[in-house]
Design a protein around this ligand. Sequence first.
Ligand SMILES: [Zn+2]
Length: 429
Amino acid sequence: MKKTLIKNIRIVNPFGEPEFIENGRVSIMNDKIEKVGSGILEENDFDEILDFSGKTVLPGMINMHHHLYSSLAIGMPPPQKIPNNFTEILEQIWWKLDLALDENSTRASFETGLLECLKCGVTTVIDHHSSPNFTEGSLEMLAEIAEKFGINISPAFEITDRNGEGYFESGLAVNLRTLQKHENNPHVFPLLGLHASFTLSDKSLEKIAESDCGIHIHVSEDKADEEYTKRLGYPSVIQRLNHFGLLNERSLVAHGIHILPEDLEILQKTGANLVHNPTSNANNKVGILSSEIIEKTKVGLGTDGMQASMLSEAKEGVLIRSSHKEKNVDYFAFLFENNSQIVSKLSGLKLGNIQPGYQADLVFFDYSPKTEITKENFSAHILFGLENPTDVITRGKFRIRNGKCVDLNEFEILEKARLQSKLIWNKMN
Ligand SMILES: [Zn+2]
């Protein structure tokens, strides 16, 4: 048993109780938060006492929809033909990148992507993976790397028909094996990954439905997805998935930009979770999830592989919505309230809250506010004042200390990523 006391910190615990403590303390026992409060405490019972004066602590953040496989895309040469629409973006960029990934480049993508997450204070990642030429073993590799980094992970392999039947079968098999293997592992909670309705036939959906588990799928990201589904005779993508019995409380539906009012009712009735990814939608010019839909459901927030930082995603979401002249919605609640509720439902873990009994995933920032920070205005400071954390604890252990990785060789991870990125970029051309 190890007990640590961290004192003299500003505790910001959005949507928890209490939400804000100036000059507070948190005690950690093994991997859980034991006590939270203020004032003086008997200090004899602790193995370690840390004075973190000047630091602000937040709960570890959650990315509800990420693509670690795209980690090596930054700075990639542009495609030979400039894509004109969403489908061409997929065909000319992402479907070339995922086919180029082999075992080594997949490992480099996972390691460098998760390193970035940790450095941004993101301690739980719901990933949607694709590496058709390295399928077998890919999700297990992700689970092992996440375990080493101390990150909670939801692995899923994007099943699709677009590469032929053999790839469909191996994609389904790797998902099912991972689901079975981690049935009782709270830190690894796999979902059944589906690429999207427009790359899966009815026959494939029928086969997938036999497994009866939570799916993780792109839905209605672009009109092309809805148009394809209509051509098959279904009123919408959501109604097609529902027809096959694929929506339930453990299902994650990313994007949903063009969904209908009746689709929203199906999401509510089945308990399926909608995940909003504003920066990716802006980047792909596919539109924006309407404020009206957001207000009627509990949306989660993800980055769709665009970036690692959830604080940036929330802040940029606010700005993108303003530029669309859409009504303001509460990005702070998506990030801190909805994401932790959805993930608790998927994993059974108590996450996203600085309260006794919750997993000790804590993120510390050096923050000297230029205006007073109070119980009433802390959300503005968090979104518009904070940058990257200096220290990150997950499961009661320091993973980042004073800006440096504790157990990981950051230099080696980045060196490997630079080498692997060159190899896959060459392969893509
Ligand atoms: Zn995505």
